[in-house]
Design a protein. Structure first.
Length: 100
């Protein structure tokens, strides 16, 4: 008694469908590679700054002296509405600095 093993023969339609599927996959990969590496991006036309930002060139040239600001009467008139906490009274102590 002999054992005969034969493969099932596929119809021609499924073979063509498989070829078309592979061509679609390869085409999609090729298109993605082209658009990522070779296509030139479209540049946006001239960008005009809004009217509020057109004076920034003048503002960037202002020289500020911190001592003049700190000693000005308007800065001295400001009130501090919060009380800063001491660093040692807030939270848990740092375990990495405990031995020092």
């Amino acid at each position: 008694m002999a054992i005969i093993v034969e493969e099932e023969k596929k119809s021609g339609a499924s073979g063509i469908l498989m070829i078309v599927t592979w061509l679609a996959i390869i085409g999609a990969i090729a298109g993605a590679v082209y658009y990522v590496f070779f296509a030139q991006p479209q540049l946006v036309g001239q960008i005009v700054a809004p009217a509020g930002f057109q004076n920034t060139q003048q503002l960037s040239k202002i020289n500020l002296n911190p001592q003049d600001i700190l000693q000005s009467p308007s800065f001295q008139a400001l009130k501090q509405y919060i009380t800063p906490l001491e660093p040692s009274t807030t939270g848990r102590p740092n375990p990495f600095l405990a031995g020092f």
